[in-house]
Design a protein around this ligand. Sequence first.
Ligand SMILES: [Zn+2]
Ligand SMILES: [Zn+2]
Length: 768
Amino acid sequence: MTLVRIKIRVTGIIQGVGFRPFIYRVAMRNGLKGYVRNMGDAGVEILIEGEENAINNFLKALRDEKPPLAQIHEIVETRLEGEHKYKDFRIVRSSEEAELSGSVVPPDVAICGECLKELRDKNNPRFDYFFITCTDCGPRFTVIERLPYDRENTTMRDFSMCSFCQSEYRDPLNRRFHAQTVACPKCGPKAYLITNDGEAFPCKDPIREAGKLVSEGFIVAVKGYGGFHVAASTLKDKPLVRLRRAKHRRQKPFAIMARGLEAVKSFAEVSPKEAELLTSPMRPIVLLRKSAGYYLSELVAPGLHNVGVMLPYTGLHYMLFDEVDDPAFVMTSANPPNQPIVKDDDEALKTLGSIVDYFLFHNRRIAHRCDDSVIRVHGEKQVFIRRSRGYAPAPVMLREKARKCVLALGGELNNTACILNGEKAFISQHIGDVENVETRIFLQNAAEHLARLTNSKVEAVACDLHPKFTTTRLAEELASLNGWHFVQVQHHFAHVAALMAEHGIDELIGVCCDGYGYGVNGEAWGGEIIFASSNSLEMKRIAHLEEQPMVGGDLATRYPLRMAAGILHKRVSVDGWLEENTQHFPHGEREISLILQQLKSGYGVIMTTSCGRVLDAAAAILGLCFERTYEGEPAMKLESAAVGGKDVLQLKPIVKGGVLETTGMLLEVFEKRRKCTVTDLAFSVHDYLAKGLAELAVEKALENGVKVVGFSGGVACNEIFTTVMREFVETAGLRFIVHEAVPPGDGGLSFGQAVYAGLFQFETQPFY
Ligand SMILES: [Zn+2]
Ligand SMILES: [Zn+2]
């Protein structure tokens, strides 16, 4: 028998996820002695003494059986000399447990299988307890006010544990050992119903009562982990009409929560990968294709081929469905237009009182708001539309350490903040559109909180190149206040840098397509091909889409017919066609004649290379969308229309001097609009643009000796686009990459800015 002493250092997301009790149990099982303790720098140190075989078993279990939420980044083992000196195995609780630099706070986690079983078990003390949790599940990020992650530093401190909960909390062999959110019906948060004028609505079982009310057609605000949802029926039109009117959301799809996976399959197609995501501990909203027999109200996701679905992630959510037959409820984030999701009770009463009939409250405060995440699956790959609950603030790991600690503030729409510290990039929860005071304050608080949680010593602040963005001004203020470097990063350069950092790539031809980004000289960009090399420190635009006129500037973004008119006008007369569509212009004929004048004179016309605007124009020509009521609407409807189509135009992409022509293609669509199906024409538009851009990118890659082509920007959320482009690039023998860890859209922009400023050293941007 050989006796061995060994010291093990483990790093990763291993604090607050039941890692030490797990180590304790495995050590006990193998008859080992020694200790486990949290280290100041987010690692865990284990010292074990015992027989060689037992130690090998321990090491194997460490890798194979780790708790579901733990993410191990590194395990370092050191054999030690010397006498065995421990008589037992202990969890050593040091007073200096404060997680230091680059430490990791776990995201919120959906209720685990064990807790769900207990919730349903009549003999369990936590039977029917809506906030049942353990070390494997429950809220984390949304309850933590400051570090270290102890109960006194969370919003659970308002609830002192009863003796039963305490006994579990103190028992290293119990699943709830040091589970900071442990609670039971006796000592934990309580739920209650109130009416929209603030009166108590007495009932024995407020949660199930709320479920019944929703099923009957009432609208109920439901307080959750990271904010309020507004719940409504998915089967009745009337509450949805009311909700759309009250929220000023005419067309924007509502996310829904289904009672279970089987229910989802009754109205949507679910691939194995999608099922895996739906049931994962992160429980994101997954965009699923509506099935042929889709029977939910058309008002849930109007004009789209897919619908955003999530599964219950707290005991409360499961209980909502207990006494109703509904397959799903609308569960949309409760936020007033352009404002962050509502998190406080008073705020909810004030801002939602006119929208909802009832409130389902609980009496635990929300420390930090956090919206649901949204994911799409392309083939086997996940694409983040929004990376938030379940993911934030877990870091994205980079291949190498950053040179500088950077705070990046992102852009303007669908924003996030990002802290780059060492080889970790911490992206904040979803912040939203930073256009007004409330969202700006939210952004600032979220950024400060993230910096504190990760104990980051920021040296530089990064933002967009747009001089008028709120985030640019905030970055300037922070830079001068704190003496930080101030770094502005061009929008599409940031997207491409994000792609490179995510995949650890030095040289890339990046195709970057979206709606709008401020170009290096102030032009409107959005369909760019970018060469980037961290070897030669270069980042530059080398090709792009044809410049097209936006008649009336931003008005052309809101009314895609204007975009179509501007493009078609270059080759044909559009007067007659516009007159046919008079009803789609808010000011009718007067507006049309002004548009025609502007097209002739060029006055009030802005040029753009945006890919999004070309897709908008196509959507208008095909009659799919005449007014954009939410970000990306025309392009999303065009994609939905294109599903199952074929390329009927068979156009060869026309490229002149690094510019991909788009006018001729749209003209063909216009001329064939009555001869071919909308589906085929919508598909043809995708095919032309995706192939054209891919061809151009491949040509530039060969010219520059680059082996990888990447695709970023909001258009990369589009599955048809991505599929066509991938096939073309891979057929040419090059590697094709897309985002997997951060959103391709503007939710990933802060990450791109941070790595641009702190990881790479490109010399094409102004550094101050
Ligand atoms: Zn649990
Ligand atoms: Zn209790």
